[in-house]
Design a protein around this ligand. Structure first.
Ligand code: UDP
Ligand code: MG
Length: 347
């Protein structure tokens, strides 16, 4: 760890024009206090407002800024992936643009990384500005995930985290279309350490999540990481069939003992409707998985880049060969001077 250590900060941004300048100011203030190199990679995820203009201005004013402009809106998960693909850092930090993840936590993430962790995730202590309903559903989701899948999702974590180079390389190998990032971060393994923090309310703009999207997100998480629902469908079918069998036997016995009164229409209808419901549910669950297989087999690239502008500070992408000879613009002496003059925290 030295002043050559490069930290990449990856920021997905979708319609974040109000927040970005403040985000950049705060994040830069934090990074400047460190003694390492840094780049901030903004991924414009097909914003329809002036986000890209704001980013261009930021890049003009700051040589640490890189811009990945995607060809359309692909969703946060893929925007994040695009950012990771373009990040050159020895450690990569993933953070939301809306300042719900405090950039001030970055030095702490770096400290834990330097102590040997590969994935350092920020774990929120309290959620400000979020309704009881949202908190409850989130809580339930994590409980369900924890119980039905083999991946132990850490609770109360967003995507705010630091990844070591080898964690990033591992993640880059996972090219599935259905990207449940929280799950993928965990799935790669390595040493994962939590750092607690208080999550703030959005600084400005509004969240792109509504309950329908959250529901779909949960569905994504579950179907990407477990086939338990398929198994549940099987057992449900078995139980229903066993019940129907017992009921049939009961009717036979009753008819033998007491003859056959014409009653039974309501019970018949109930049975048919119930079985129909169970079948439709099971087919629906099956469909969720078949649909995902369909999407994966198309094997499409995850995203297209409209324009990529690297940070002027960091010229080459991180590869094994470029590791030693990562070429940067020669540092001006006043910059180097500053680096030693300021009380440097770490790196
Ligand atoms: N985001 C994105 N593409 C999208 C939706 C969101 O890149 O389609 C970005 C957004 O700009 C922000 C982050 O993902 O930086 C988190 O979004 P948001 O605040 O809406 O989600 P929440 O904090 O409610 O999970
Ligand atoms: Mg947010």
């Amino acid at each position: 760890m030295n002043s050559e250590t490069l930290i990449s900060v990856v920021v997905p941004a979708y319609n974040e024009q109000e927040v970005l300048p403040e985000f950049h100011r705060r994040t830069t203030a934090v990074l400047r206090a460190l003694s390492c190199q840094w780049e901030i990679i903004y991924v414009n995820d097909g914003s329809t407002d002036a986000t890209l203009l704001v980013l261009d201005q930021l890049r003009k004013a700051d040589e640490h800024v890189a811009i990945v402009d995607l060809s359309r809106n692909f969703g946060k998960e893929i925007a994040l992936t695009a950012g990771l693909d373009h990040a050159a850092g020895d450690a990569v930090i993933v953070i939301d643009a809306d300042l719900q993840d405090p950039p001030e936590l970055i030095p702490e993430l770096i400290r834990v990384w330097q102590e040997g962790a590969d994935v350092v995730y920020a774990k929120r202590r309290v959620r400000r500005g979020e309704s009881v309903m949202k908190r409850t559903t989130a809580y339930l989701f994590y409980r369900v995930m924890q119980n039905v899948s083999r991946v132990q999702l850490p609770e109360d974590t967003g995507d705010f985290r630091l990844l070591s180079r080898r964690a990033v390389e591992a993640l880059k190998l996972l090219r599935e279309q259905h990207r449940f990032m929280k799950g993928l971060f965990t799935w790669i393994g390595y040493k994962q350490v939590a750092v607690p923090y208080d999550r703030d309310a959005r600084f400005a703009g509004k969240t792109k999540w509504n309950y329908w999207r959250l529901w779909n997100f949960a569905l994504e998480g579950i179907t990407s990481f477990t086939i338990a629902p398929l198994r549940i469908a099987t057992y449900l079918g078995l139980i229903t069939a066993a019940g129907a069998f017992a009921y049939g036997a009961f009717i036979v016995v009753r008819t033998l003992l007491y003859g056959n009164p014409v009653a039974g229409y309501p019970s018949l209808l109930t049975t048919i409707l119930f079985l129909g419901g169970v079948q439709l549910t099971a087919i629906g669950i099956l469909g969720e998985y078949v649909g995902r297989i369909f999407n994966e087999t198309k094997n499409r690239p995850l995203y297209f880049v409209n324009r990529y502008e690297a940070a002027r500070q960091v010229a080459l992408p991180h590869t094994e060969e470029s590791e030693g000879a990562r070429s940067r613009e020669p540092q001006s002496s006043n910059l180097a001077g500053k680096a030693t003059a300021v009380e440097q925290e770490r790196c």
